[in-house]
Design a protein around this ligand. Structure first.
Ligand code: SF4
Length: 446
C-alpha cells in the first residue's frame, strides 16, 4: 500500500484567498490512518487535484454531499481507471448507497469510525480485491475517544492559513425529524456528547480561536443535558476564544443563564431554525417551531437580551405555502431584529420524509444532483408552478440580500460587541449574509 488520499470535491472554492470551512470530516478520518501509512488530504476548494498522480497502491477516500456527488463520481472514475482503490462515504453515500455503488469499489454507510480502519486493513492486505462493496456502521458510535484529530493531520492541513472558519463537533444527533432534514438518518436520534476534556484538548492542539459547530442542533442540549452544557461553557471560558457559532432551535431562548454562560465562553451567535412564518406548516417542523411570527420575535428578543446574535434560518416552498407566505416572510425579515438571514428553497434530499412524499406523488424533477443546493427548485410544489416558486424565491432573495439589507443586519450584529472588538468581529458580522447571497447567486451561473 502506497498511501491514503482523502478527497473533498469542490463546493465553494476560495473566497478572498481562503476556502470557507475546513475539511473536518476528512481530518478525523485521516487521523484514523495508522502512522506508518502516508496520508494526504486533497481539498478541491483550495487547489486543483493532481489526479494524474493516482495509481495502484493508493487508497482514495472521497466524502461527498448530495450536491457534489457528480464531481465525486468524476474523480472516482479517474482514480479507478488509473488503478487506485476507491471508497466513497458521506451523507449521500449513507442515504443512497445503491447510487454510489455504481462508481466506487466500496460505499460507506454511516459515520465510518469503525469501518474505515477495517477498509484500510482490507486494502493493505489484498488491494482492491480485499475491499468489500459495502461497509456499514451497525451502531452509532459513542463519541468518547473517537477519531481524535492527530498532530500529523493538524500540521498537514494548516487550517489558519487555508480556511476562514474551522469546523468543530461537540455533540451529534437530533430527534426532531423535520420533514426536510437528514439529521436523524445521518447522525441518529439520540443526542451524543463528546467528553468536555477531549473538546478542550482538540481546540488547544488545533490552535483555533473561532469556529463553527457542525452539531445538528446544539441548542437542543440546553433541554436534554443542561449540566453538560454548563460544564462545557465553564471549561471553554478559560480558553479565551474569540467567538463561535452553533446551530440551534428557538427553545434556547428559555435558558437565559446558559445563553449568558455560552456568551462568556465565546458562543456569541446562534443559527436558529425558525423555518417558516406560516403556522400551517407546523407539522413539518418537528415540534421545535410553530411558524408563529410573534413567538419568533419574542425568542429573538430574549436571546438578544443575553448579548447573543441570532441568524434566522427559513425554508420556503412547503406544501402549505402560497404567494402570501413570501410577502409575510419579507414583512417579517424587514421588520425583525435578526443579525443575519438564510432563506432557502425546500429540497427533497434523499432519506427525508419530504422526498418519500414527492416520490409517492411523482413530484420529483429530473434535475442534476448539483441543483440540490437549496437555491434551485427540484420538485413540483403544491400551490405554485415550478417557475412561479422560482420567481417568488428570486423576488424574496433580491430584497433580503440587497446590499442595503446586508449592511443593516451586519452593522446591527457588529453593534452587539464592544467597540474594542470591532476589528475582530467585522468579518463574522457580514460574512454570513454574504455567504447566503453567494449561494443564491450561484443558481444564475450553473
Ligand atoms: S431540528 Fe434541525 S437538525 Fe433536527 S431534524 Fe429539524 S432541521 Fe434537522
Amino acid at each position: 500500500m502506497r498511501r491514503v488520499v482523502l478527497i473533498r470535491p469542490k463546493r465553494d472554492g476560495r473566497i478572498f484567498g481562503k476556502a470557507p470551512g475546513s475539511p473536518y470530516t476528512l481530518m478525523r478520518l485521516a487521523s484514523l490512518v495508522p502512522e506508518e501509512i502516508p496520508v494526504e488530504i486533497w481539498d478541491e476548494n483550495i487547489r486543483a487535484l493532481p489526479l494524474d498522480t493516482l495509481g495502484e497502491g493508493d487508497l482514495v477516500g472521497i466524502t461527498s454531499m448530495t450536491l457534489t456527488i457528480e464531481r465525486a463520481e468524476a474523480i472516482a472514475r479517474v482514480a479507478k481507471r488509473q488503478g487506485a482503490g476507491v471508497v466513497v462515504g458521506g451523507v449521500h453515500a449513507t442515504l443512497m448507497p445503491e447510487h454510489v455503488q455504481r462508481f466506487a469499489h466500496s460505499v460507506f454507510v454511516g459515520e465510518g469510525y469503525f469501518t474505515w480502519p477495517q477498509a484500510i486493513q482490507d486494502f493493505a492486505a489484498e488491494g482492491t480485491q480485499g475491499l468489500k462493496p459495502l461497509y456499514r456502521d451497525e451502531a452509532w458510535a459513542n463519541l468518547e475517544g473517537v477519531a481524535r484529530i492527530s498532530d500529523r493531520v493538524i500540521q498537514m492541513v494548516r487550517e489558519n492559513e487555508h480556511y476562514w472558519t474551522p469546523y468543530l463537533e461537540i455533540t451529534r444527533g437530533c430527534p426532531r425529524n423535520c420533514s426536510f432534514c437528514t439529521a436523524i438518518r445521518v447522525s441518529g436520534r439520540r443526542m451524543r456528547l463528546r467528553p468536555v476534556d477531549e473538546v478542550v484538548d482538540e481546540i488547544e492542539r488545533r490552535g483555533i480561536k473561532r469556529f463553527f459547530l457542525t452539531d445538528d442542533n446544539f441548542g437542543l442540549n440546553f433541554i436534554t443535558d443542561p449540566d453538560y452544557c454548563a460544564e462545557l461553557f465553564q471549561a471553554l471560558m478559560r480558553l479565551g476564544l474569540h467567538s463561535w457559532t452553533a446551530q440551534s432551535e428557538m427553545s434556547v431562548a428559555n435558558y437565559p443563564e446558559l445563553l449568558e454562560m455560552g456568551r462568556a465562553a465565546g458562543l456569541d451567535k446562534h443559527f436558529i431554525g425558525f423555518e417558516s412564518v406560516n403556522p400551517d406548516n407546523r407539522r413539518e417542523l418537528g415540534g421545535k417551531s410553530r411558524g408563529k411570527v410573534e413567538q419568533t420575535r419574542e425568542a429573538i428578543r430574549k436571546i438578544h437580551a443575553t448579548g447573543t446574535s441570532v441568524v434566522g434560518l427559513f425554508v420556503m416552498g412547503f406544501d402549505e405555502d402560497t404567494p402570501a407566505t413570501f410577502q409575510a416572510m419579507w414583512d417579517f425579515i424587514r421588520t425583525s431584529e435578526l443579525d443575519g438571514v438564510s432563506v432557502t428553497v425546500l429540497t427533497p434530499y434523499p432519506g427525508t420524509p419530504f422526498r418519500a412524499l414527492c416520490e409517492q406523488e411523482g413530484r420529483l424533477l429530473d434535475v442534476p444532483w448539483r441543483h440540490y443546493d437549496t437555491a434551485h427548485v427540484t420538485y413540483v410544489p403544491r400551490h405554485f408552478t415550478v417557475d412561479e416558486l422560482r420567481d417568488w424565491y428570486d423576488w424574496l432573495c433580491r430584497r433580503i440580500y440587497s446590499p442595503w439589507q446586508i449592511a443593516r443586519r451586519g452593522f446591527r450584529s457588529l453593534s452587539r460587541h464592544p467597540i474594542s472588538q470591532a476589528g475582530k468581529k467585522l468579518f463574522s458580522s457580514f460574512s454570513t449574509d454574504y455567504g447566503y447571497r453567494r449561494t443564491y447567486g450561484w443558481r444564475h451561473v450553473t
